[in-house]
Design a protein around this ligand. Structure first.
Ligand code: NAD
Length: 329
């Protein structure tokens, strides 16, 4: 099937070419999908999109006019696609629901350990022959309370790892997991999570109900010095409120792999440019903030699964088979 890939990097091309046993005709574009680049989809049956490609109603109408019949997301989240507009234009939407939940859960744990034990600072110090321990003091994870918001496939992996550290887990989800309850996870209200957690990790999707779920009111209820980790989607946190909470030292640590305005920054080398985003500039000035640029998914195992499942989604569509990974509005 003729498929136009947007926002592609060298690793996307490597993995998709390696696993393209069905011989789909893949065209790779570096640019992201938006109203200015949508013309590139002309003549392709499918477009393959990543997290920061914007398939809003105007773009989708143009895709339909250009002959696109399916949007294949090579990611789990689908907040960047207007599903109602896709349905109205008879365009199917498929995704990769669970390529490697361990990859993202383990990255959340990496953020926790790095922030807590200040590994990033220790690495630089020792390379500079500074062997002092001043300001590197951490805390034991054992016995701490960890609040988990969203116990889907990634949240559950994260809970299992933190249970292994000897943490007490409080969780909030619309659909509590029996498996987690049996493992010792206690489901509770958001307010209890804000009030009792030493570490809070976000694993819910970005939906209208979860936009700015973490905001100035929730920060006010949290323990002073709490650690907040976000590997879900940037806009689940009100970033301006997080900056204020950091300034007041209410928020003691912030580890984020996702950021509200990330589409202008992430996955790009901007090291030679003047930073135009004042919020990220402020965030990077705090010693207790650690930012990675949406790399939670980025393991060999995950890239292999993403390529295999996306190509199968396309093959199933081409063959008229049921679309097991279809997303509907
Ligand atoms: P999932 O669908 O398996 O789980 C999401 C869970 O959130 C579900 O259990 C759902 O019931 C729950 N939920 C929905 N609304 C909620 C609410 N208002 N309050 C509490 N819980 C709510 O998804 P997943 O695979 O575990 O992924 C979770 C999120 O992680 C994705 O939506 C995506 O945004 C993000 N993600 C990030 C990366 C990365 O590289 N950083 C990679 C993959 C996914």
């Amino acid at each position: 099937m003729k498929t136009a890939f947007f926002s592609t990097k060298s690793y996307d091309r490597d993995y998709f070419d390696r696993f393209n046993a069905s011989g789909h005709e893949l065209t790779y574009f570096d640019v992201s999908l938006n109203k200015n680049s949508v013309a590139l989809s002309q003549g392709h049956d499918a477009v393959c999109l990543f997290v920061n490609d914007k398939a809003n109603a105007a773009v989708i109408e143009q895709l339909a006019a250009n002959g696109t019949r399916i949007i294949a997301l090579r990611c789990a989240g689908f907040n960047n696609v207007d599903l109602a507009a896709a349905a109205a234009n008879n365009i199917k939407v498929v995704r990769v629901p669970a390529y490697s939940p361990e990859a993202v859960a383990e990255h959340a744990v990496a953020l926790i350990l790095t922030l807590n034990r200040k590994i990033h600072k220790a690495y630089n110090r020792v390379r500079d022959s500074n062997f002092s321990l001043e300001n590197l003091l951490g805390f034991n994870l054992h016995g701490k309370t960890v609040g988990v918001i969203g116990t889907g496939i990634i949240g559950r992996c994260f809970c299992r790892i933190m249970l292994g550290f000897g943490c007490r887990i409080l969780a909030h989800d619309l659909y509590p997991s029996e498996e987690m309850i049996k493992a010792g996870v206690l489901y509770t209200t958001l307010d209890t999570i804000w009030q009792e957690s030493d570490i809070i990790s976000l694993h819910c999707p970005l939906l209208p109900e979860t936009k700015h779920l973490v905001n100035k009111d929730s920060f006010a209820k949290m323990k002073k010095g709490v650690m907040l980790i976000n590997t879900s989607r940037g806009a689940v946190i009100n970033t301006a409120d997080a900056v204020e909470a950091l300034k007041k030292e209410q928020l003691g640590y912030l580890g984020i792999d996702v950021y509200e305005q990330e589409e202008k920054l992430f996955f790009k080398d901007l090291s030679g440019s003047i930073m135009q985003d004042d919020v990220i500039a402020r965030l990077t000035s705090f010693p207790n903030v650690l930012i990675t640029s949406h790399q939670g998914f980025f393991t060999k195992e995950a890239l292999e699964q993403i390529a295999l499942v996306t190509l199968k989604n396309l093959s199933d569509f081409e063959s008229g088979l049921p679309l097991e990974n279809e997303v509907k509005g």
